[in-house]
Design a protein around this ligand. Structure first.
Ligand code: PLP
Length: 451
């Protein structure tokens, strides 16, 4: 068990050995879910409203201090739960999207279409058509995407406001699955192909080039990368203006800051393993640092700035609650088997991501002490783990564990694999609780099939 009073983040803290989200203990959340008629109360995602607000406002306050037009676009793919997206909308954000259904949802939620960006390296014609009809901005990813957009515009006899997604060939020094702006990536337009795409745009009056976009990769922690990229984009912006693209207005920088997933690694790592390991918290630039660097580089150029964080707005605002099914020895390993799995938190299986895992209440096991465990789920895959080699107090059966920093790319990447029900989602606001997603029923899973 953790120290008596320990803060994971502002919204998630331990008091006398019990984990709280804002003013509500995790135990109370489980009881509340039961009282809502939910039979299986875990796994469940729990989100903090105040943490989302704080994250968004830290970007918004920095942006609103600038003397240029700015737009904060939440990358919806991080988490599309409409109740969470409404909070983000109420704080003045627009959206960056990667599919037609994401666009349908955004329109339902009342976002202004002209501030929405449809991004993606492989858009279907109906998705482009939906975006053009609604007057959204479109990031053009390459030649075929430019010709697709031309054909849609001609069919609709409607102009499209487009940005070119540039591949800047910069190594963001992150996991290769999170790196998007390095040479050879499937995303964006490489320097040597840019002229061909520009000629296509020049030849089609319905394509109106209004800006350039670039996405380096996710989980970035080095501010120098934002500087380098903005310098390149700022130069390209001026070149395009000089070449006669008179509608150029936007620089759109995709991907936000990384978050420090490992900041509490020392608390659950074996003292022997930890010897010599780097356990100091990462020094992650603040949103204000990033905004300042970008603005400095853009200087007094008349450029509107669009920033597109996803993860740093929502990742630390959510946890996954899961209950212990049992503890198992399989020499030389020990496992804590829980009811949460890769179907809720796939990042460890997908790219060996670290998520902090800890128990949420004092263990009821007699003489419980810390041992080295892998925390694993029930899914029939050896890759189904939530944490490996964690130094955790032996928990009792039914004990609640939390997987932290699960607000981004967890629920939205969730699946029904093994015919598992996607879980309940709860929003905490002070001491108020709201069920923002009920768990799947068997009918939800079987509905589309001929059973
Ligand atoms: C174009 C674009 N913008 C924004 C994001 C969001 O990145 P993150 O959630 O790491 O901030 C992504 C994610 O890959 C993206 O592809």
């Amino acid at each position: 068990m953790q120290e008596e009073n320990y803060y994971f983040s502002k919204a998630f803290k331990y008091q006398n050995g019990f984990l709280f989200c804002e003013n509500v203990s995790v135990g109370e959340i489980k009881v509340w879910l039961k009282n809502q008629g939910i039979a299986r109360v875990t796994p469940a995602f729990v989100y903090s409203k105040s943490q989302i607000e704080e994250n968004v406002l830290s970007y918004q306050n920095a942006l609103s201090a600038l003397k240029r037009n700015t737009q904060l676009n939440y990358a919806l793919k991080a988490n599309f739960n409409p109740s969470l997206v409404r909070i983000i909308k109420s704080l003045g954000c627009s959206l960056t999207l990667v599919s037609g259904f994401e666009l349908e949802l955004s329109l339902k939620l009342g976002f202004q279409p002209e501030n929405i960006v449809l991004n993606g390296n492989g858009k279907e014609l109906w998705e482009i058509e939906l975006a053009v009809r609604n007057g959204c901005l479109l990031n053009i990813d390459g030649m075929f995407n430019a010709t697709q957009t031309t054909s849609v515009c001609r069919k609709l006899q409607k102009k499209a406001r487009i940005l070119l997604r540039i591949n800047p060939n910069i190594d963001p020094m992150v996991h290769k699955y999170n790196s998007t702006g390095i040479g050879g990536s499937k995303f964006g337009i490489q320097k040597e192909d840019l002229n061909d795409v520009l000629r296509e745009i020049e030849s089609e009056p319905l394509l109106q080039l209004v800006g350039i976009h670039c996405h380096l990769g996710s989980t970035i922690t080095d501010i120098g990368i934002f500087r380098e990229c903005t310098e390149m984009m700022s130069q390209l912006f001026s070149n395009l203006k000089n070449e006669g693209f008179e509608h150029m207005k936007y620089i759109n920088l995709g991907g936000g800051l990384g978050i420090d997933y490992t900041k509490h690694i020392a608390m659950t790592t074996d003292p022997e393993t930890i010897n010599g390991m780097e356990t100091k918290p990462l020094v992650i630039p603040t949103p204000a640092d990033v905004v300042k660097v970008i603005d400095e580089v853009l200087g007094d150029k008349d450029i509107s700035l669009i920033l597109e964080p996803g993860r740093s707005l929502i990742a630390n605002a959510g946890i996954l609650l899961t209950s212990v099914l049992g503890v198992k020895k399989s020499e030389p390993k020990r496992y804590i088997v829980v009811d949460g799995s890769m179907t809720e938190v796939i990042r460890p299986a997908l790219y060996s991501a670290y998520h902090h895992v800890d128990i949420c209440e004092p263990s009821q096991v007699e003489d419980a002490h810390k041992m080295l465990y892998d925390v694993v789920g029930p899914v029939c895959e050896s890759g189904d783990f939530l944490g490996k080699d964690r130094y955790l107090t032996t928990p009792h059966e039914g004990c609640t564990l939390a997987v932290f920093d699960a607000g981004a790319y967890c629920s939205s990447m969730g699946s029904n694999y093994n015919m598992r029900a996607r879980p309940a989602e709860v929003l905490v606001n002070g001491n108020k609780l709201e069920l923002i997603r009920r768990p799947d029923s068997l009918d939800d899973i079987l509905g589309p099939y001929n059973v």
